[in-house]
Design a protein around this ligand. Structure first.
Ligand code: AMP
Ligand code: FES
Ligand code: ZN
Ligand code: ZN
Length: 320
């Protein structure tokens, strides 16, 4: 993909006998499109992904986990544009200006869509934001943050009757994390790496409708359509590893166009079923209800309740 250094015409317009300059050329699809036809192409690709993986139907309520960044904001916008009943849900992580600015972008998009997002704050829900929790637990901010996010996605979905939670993961995220997990033979993760994970053990269905779109395409769509988003990255996150694998994937893609897509989708088709058949052995095993909050957990008391206990404010959060 890229700008339009060499002047190209939109191929869809051209097929209708109209000469209109393209705003984008996607190398991997050998496709030059104008604004209108890129927007249509993008939305069709999301719609096809939803249908191909049977992610959800028009009759279902979808909870979109929105971070304020370009991917999830675009997802919330595009699902509504396609006529799905999609509501936004934001977790304020208590990471100073970064969380405040992200929340503002979520609210701004909510106004544009005429939808009030659900917002929960870790400081209120757990008793502290990520910076303090990281000090308390001593592991990386990202690992605590990931577990807290998953817990709250499930909790809010259950509380408000959503059977589906959608996240903004894109092709770059999925292909690079597949590579990282293969390199490290992280079989536990590989057994769950699919764009739709079914509803089970009290967990809502998890879906990733943007898996066929690259970061660049999403950013382009967001900018063309005036979708508000923050470009800031989390100051706490240790993203070096993630970037490392994304760069490797980009290097391979530049060497051989279309590899990202082939690598990931070939895996889904040919290899994932093998890992998935061993899911029981490879993953955490059966989940049960946390005896304090009732959320699914591999242990008697879930990670979040243990954190609250450590912070000494667990009493008001008995099973809701
Ligand atoms: P990340 O792990 O930060 O790349 O985020 C992956 C996905 O999780 C995003 O595309 C969002 O759908 C969701 N997400 C990340 N951060 C938040 C947040 N603070 N609140 C709600 N959803 C989030
Ligand atoms: Fe989770 Fe930064 S967003 S640690
Ligand atoms: Zn056109
Ligand atoms: Zn719990």
């Amino acid at each position: 993909m890229g700008g339009n250094r060499r002047r190209r015409l939109c191929q869809v317009c051209k097929s209708k006998g109209i000469r209109r300059e393209a705003v984008v050329y996607m190398k991997e699809h050998r496709l030059a499109l104008c604004k209108e036809h890129f927007t249509q192409w993008f939305e069709k690709r999301v719609s096809e992904t939803v249908k191909e993986f049977q992610m959800f139907k028009k009759s279902e309520k979808i909870l979109v986990a929105v971070s304020g960044g370009k991917d999830s904001q675009t997802l919330w916008y595009v699902l509504n544009k396609l006529g799905y009943n999609a509501d936004g849900f934001f977790i304020h992580l208590g990471i100073g200006d970064y969380s405040d600015e992200s929340m503002e972008k979520v609210k701004e998009l909510g106004k544009k869509l005429g939808k009030e997002p659900f917002i929960v704050g870790l400081e209120e829900e757990v008793g502290a934001g990520i910076p303090l929790l990281q000090k308390l637990v001593g592991s990386t901010a990202c690992s605590i943050c990931g577990r807290l996010k998953r817990h709250h996605f499930n909790k809010v979905a259950r509380r408000f009757g959503y059977k589906v939670v959608a996240t903004g993961h894109n092709l770059d995220d999925e292909s690079s994390s597949l590579l990282a997990n293969l390199v490290n033979w992280n079989t536990k993760y590989l057994a769950k790496k699919y764009p739709v994970l079914p509803e089970e053990n009290g967990f809502p269905r998890k879906v990733k409708p943007l898996v066929k779109l690259t970061e660049e395409q999403i950013k382009f769509y967001a900018d063309l359509n005036g979708i508000p988003y923050t470009s800031r990255t989390c100051p706490m996150g240790d993203t070096a590893n993630l970037h490392f694998y994304k760069e490797i994937m980009n290097t391979i893609e530049n060497h051989s166009v279309g590899t990202k897509y082939r690598f990931y989708f070939f895996y889904l088709k040919k290899v994932f079923p093998l890992f998935n058949a061993l899911k029981e052995e490879l993953t955490e095993g059966t989940l049960r209800e946390c005896k304090v909050c009732g959320e699914p957990s591999p242990s008697e008391v879930c990670f979040v309740c243990k954190l609250k206990m450590k912070l000494g404010n667990n009493s008001e959060n008995a099973k809701s």
